[in-house]
Write a protein that binds this ligand. Structure first.
Ligand code: FDP
Length: 337
């Protein structure tokens, strides 16, 4: 029988020699929280049978929207362990402080508890995205400065995909590794060691319904992806509309995911700190690249916790080509090979 590696074993084996175990335990807390979320999302369709949102179900529990439920689980599992100084969630406008009665830790957790909310009710894959930073000043309790760090400063990032099976994919800056939840043991088991974006890429993913809202440079880039230019790549289209699922498929098969800025939504739709940043970090660790069209997502210094950003991520060859089209549009085009 081949060796089975649990996520706990793997995280422990890969922590740096000087590690105090705080990050290792934080990653394990996140894995635990997402196992609970996975269990709940697997029962999502039963809500109609067992009780409506806002009502009591047959066990006498009050039903909650799944994204709020996921938020509460992560928050409750992580707020009292002494590993964090502050959290930021897509589901909460304000920063989430660590209550004064608990010890403060040296890490910052940013997360989107359940991304792809329009897919929750239709049984399509959804996911949790997370990023971990060092707090800026260990002597202080969490402040907004702690979450306004560029993604290049991430200590770790990852996501959990609730799909046909549940997968946790993460990186601490030493490659990207994937774990599949074995529902019988309730354990994440190593299934994908050192993921790299394959070449040549297979897919492009974008919501082409918004074509008329994009700038001419972005339109030309999508035309290029669609095979309308002599040097177009040979890629097929796939768009789920669930960021984690689209990113995951492209990570395994190669490709580019695009959510451009629109003429009525200048900053795009996706969130910089807990969506684009962590996925950009993973993409670079897998040999890829992410941009807003002008600069690496990893270099953008956020000015607001819930800031939005245009987002292109995937194989470097495809993503850099978008930047070339944008430069061309701005009239500062470099000759492209
Ligand atoms: P959703 O609106 O369903 O929550 O993060 C938001 C997100 O999903 C991403 O998961 C997804 O990639 C994108 O928005 C889909 O947006 P469109 O429906 O506009 O294509």
């Amino acid at each position: 029988m081949s060796t089975v590696t649990t996520i706990e074993r793997f995280i422990l084996d890969h922590q740096p020699r000087h590690a105090r175990g705080e990050l290792t335990n934080l990653l394990y807390d996140i894995a635990l929280a997402t196992k609970i979320i996975a269990h709940k999302t697997n029962r999502a369709g039963l809500i109609d049978i067992l009780g409506e949102a806002g009502q009591m179900n047959v066990q006498g529990e009050s039903q909650q929207k799944l994204d709020l439920y996921a938020h509460t689980i992560v928050r409750q599992i992580c707020d009292h362990t002494g590993r964090l100084c502050v959290m930021l969630s897509e589901e909460e406008e304000d920063l989430i402080p660590i209550p004064a009665r608990y010890k403060k830790g040296s890490y910052v957790l940013v997360f989107d508890p359940l991304d792809g909310s329009s897919n929750i009710d239709v049984n399509v894959s959804i996911g949790t995205i997370f990023g971990i930073y060092h707090c800026v000043d260990e002597a202080l309790r969490g402040r907004v400065e702690d979450v306004l760090q560029p993604a290049r400063e991430l200590v770790a990032a990852g996501y959990v995909l609730y799909g046909a099976s549940t997968m946790l994919v993460y990186s601490t800056g030493d490659g990207v590794h994937g774990f599949t939840l074995n529902p019988e043991y309730g354990e994440f088991l190593l299934s994908h060691l050192r993921l790299r974006l394959p070449e040549p890429p297979a897919y492009y993913s974008v919501n082409t319904a918004y074509y008329n809202r994009w700038s001419p440079g972005v339109q030309r880039y999508i035309d290029w992806l669609q095979g309308k230019e002599p040097d177009s790549p040979n890629v097929s289209a796939r768009y789920i509309g669930s960021l984690v699922a689209d990113f995951h498929r492209n990570l395994l098969r190669g490709g580019v995911f695009c959510y451009p800025a629109e003429n009525n939504r200048r900053d795009g739709k996706l969130r910089l700190i807990y969506e684009a940043g962590p996925l950009a970090f993973l993409a670079e660790q897998a040999g890829g690249y992410a941009t807003d069209g002008r600069q690496s997502i990893l270099d953008i210094v956020p000015t607001h916790p819930h800031q939005r950003v245009a987002f292109y991520v995937g194989n470097r060859s495809l993503v850099e080509r978008l930047e070339a089209f944008v430069r061309q549009e701005a009239g500062t085009a470099q000759p492209h090979g």
